[in-house]
Design a binder for this molecule. Structure first.
Ligand SMILES: *Cc1c(COP(=O)(O)O)cnc(C)c1O
Length: 233
């Protein structure tokens, strides 16, 4: 048993509570997503035993493998946060509860069509290329509302908000990108009040993200330790 996982989780939750006390912008519903990519199902189970329910995965085959292996654990919630190829949507539609990385209508449409009718609508976040990098996935800020309107017509998915991975910043200061996301999220909620989730902040910058209204932070290294493998990255 790796006690470090439980310790790292409780330390992160303790820090979240401290940030909440000091920051008016803190979203009281803020949720920690433990990013378990490249880590074995056993480590997910250890985090679960420590009370963690929401996990993030980047690779479809890993999502399917761990969700199947851990299907006996009640209330496990899988967040798919990686790039999506259209030939992989069927497995995501069946195994994920949330998808953070929607950047085109085609993918959202396939997920809606492939989401089993017996399951609740799949919850989607639009990924925003907030630093306007050529290499990064995500839509440009100006394209968020048009895409949101198209997604809102789909039956078996539910638009819940926005996600971003800012470009690595000097001194981990992503305040500009986080502020831009916060403004974009408010603009989206003018038209879609229920799309109020804002997924931003990773192991290096999550404390700052929370002060800009993040409702979901995605922590990998901070919970599970460094990823040795470069297998997928
Ligand atoms: C890997 C990953 C994370 C977690 O990264 P850490 O720096 O290890 O916390 C969060 N979000 C996305 C989209 C990722 O790919």
């Amino acid at each position: 048993m790796d006690n470090n996982i439980a310790e790292r989780l409780s330390s992160a939750y303790r820090q979240m509570a401290e940030i909440q006390q000091k920051n008016p912008a803190f979203a009281s519903s803020a949720q920690l997503i433990a990013v378990s990519k490249t880590k074995p199902g056993l480590m997910v189970q250890q985090a679960y035993v420590a009370g963690q329910k929401a996990f993030g995965e980047n690779y479809v085959q890993e999502l399917v493998q761990k969700a199947t292996e851990l299907a006996h654990l009640p209330d496990l919630e899988w967040h798919f946060i990686g790039p999506i190829q259209s030939n992989k949507t069927r497995d995501i539609a069946r195994f994920a509860h949330w998808v953070h990385s929607i950047d085109r209508l085609k993918i959202a449409g396939r997920l809606s069509a492939q989401r089993p009718a017996t399951m609740a609508p799949l919850k989607l976040l639009i990924q925003v290329n907030i630093s306007a990098e050529d290499s990064k996935a995500g839509v440009l800020p100006a394209d968020v509302l048009p895409l949101a309107r198209q997604i809102s017509t789909l039956a078996q998915v539910q638009l819940c908000g926005l996600m971003a991975i800012p470009a690595p910043a000097v001194n981990h200061d992503n305040s500009q990108a986080f502020a831009a996301m916060q403004a974009l999220s408010k603009a989206l909620q003018q038209e879609f009040p229920q799309a109020n989730q804002l997924s931003m902040g990773m192991s290096d910058d999550w404390q700052q993200a929370l002060t800009f209204g993040a409702t979901m932070i995605r922590l990998g290294t901070a919970i599970f330790g460094a990823r040795e493998t470069q297998l997928y990255e």
